[in-house]
Design a protein around this ligand. Sequence first.
Ligand SMILES: Nc1ncnc2c1ncn2[C@@H]1O[C@H](COP(=O)(O)OP(=O)(O)OP(=O)(O)O)[C@@H](O)[C@H]1O
Ligand SMILES: Cc1ncsc1CCO
Ligand SMILES: [Mg+2]
Length: 288
Amino acid sequence: MPAEGGAEPPAPLPVGRPSPTAEERGLPDTADHLARMRAAAPLVQNITNFVAMNVMANAMLAIGASPAMVHAEDEAAEFVPLAAALSINIGTPDARWAEAMCAAAAAARAAGRPWVLDPVAVGATRFRRDLGARLLAQAPTVIRGNASEILALAGGTQAGRGADAADSVAAAEGAARDLARRSGAVVAVTGPVDFVTDGARAARVANGHPMMPRVTALGCALTGVVAAFVAEADAFDATLAAIACYGIAGEMAGATAAGPGSFQVAFLDTLAALDPDEVRARARIVAA
Ligand SMILES: Nc1ncnc2c1ncn2[C@@H]1O[C@H](COP(=O)(O)OP(=O)(O)OP(=O)(O)O)[C@@H](O)[C@H]1O
Ligand SMILES: Cc1ncsc1CCO
Ligand SMILES: [Mg+2]
């Protein structure tokens, strides 16, 4: 019976029962994925753009993967079975690179290696649209892009300016779900809050820092980190975990950086020092 004039007191919190873990909520345990990736230190082949090569290789090394930038038409497909995963980024393509990308993607498909597509500025020119469509036909495991790129790859209109997004992540969520269902890929749309879907499941990651889009190629580098995580685990869970780890490193680096230059240095140091327990405590992944 409630006390006179008052509401029933709230039920006491259950003693000795911890709040549900991420896995109990159907979401990945980010720390587990980080530890698993680091233990494997997967060799990841990257066909990436001239701007990203150094940034990407350093970010991948810092978090614990083993990157190899192998893009020449003469060897790209041959290298694929040697690696645990492949990433392909169309940031600065030409005709020969395009053939190397398509041959490598086909080799990954044939060898059962996961591969991640980064469709940089795919809506900008006919050459990029055609290349994006050819690569999509090679069944990427994951597609990671900004909102304008995912809208363009899905066939919609978008406002992107070159490699930079000009559409909100929310505006690309429907296109991402549709693209995931049509392609069979996990689709990740990055921005202030990231959105990840496999067409059936979806989740958002609210980690990150506003300094991240002010340093070039941090999205490209994330694509390589996603490939490293996906080499070791289920693509949907591994993609969420990779994006959360990366965003957490961004938050921690952003807390001390004076601007994009010192941020870039702090970000690398933070990726290398990421502690699984801290990652577990800071990950902000919610089902969508
Ligand atoms: N405003 C923001 N606040 C917090 N995090 C952000 C913000 N914008 C981007 N990020 C984070 O930055 C990382 C890169 O995502 P972004 O969408 O900028 O990639 P991108 O446009 O492909 O970058 P680039 O092509 O320059 O490499 C992701 O981890 C994302 O979560
Ligand atoms: C700036 C830029 N231009 C082509 S690729 C690239 C890196 C970010 O996508
Ligand atoms: Mg990009």
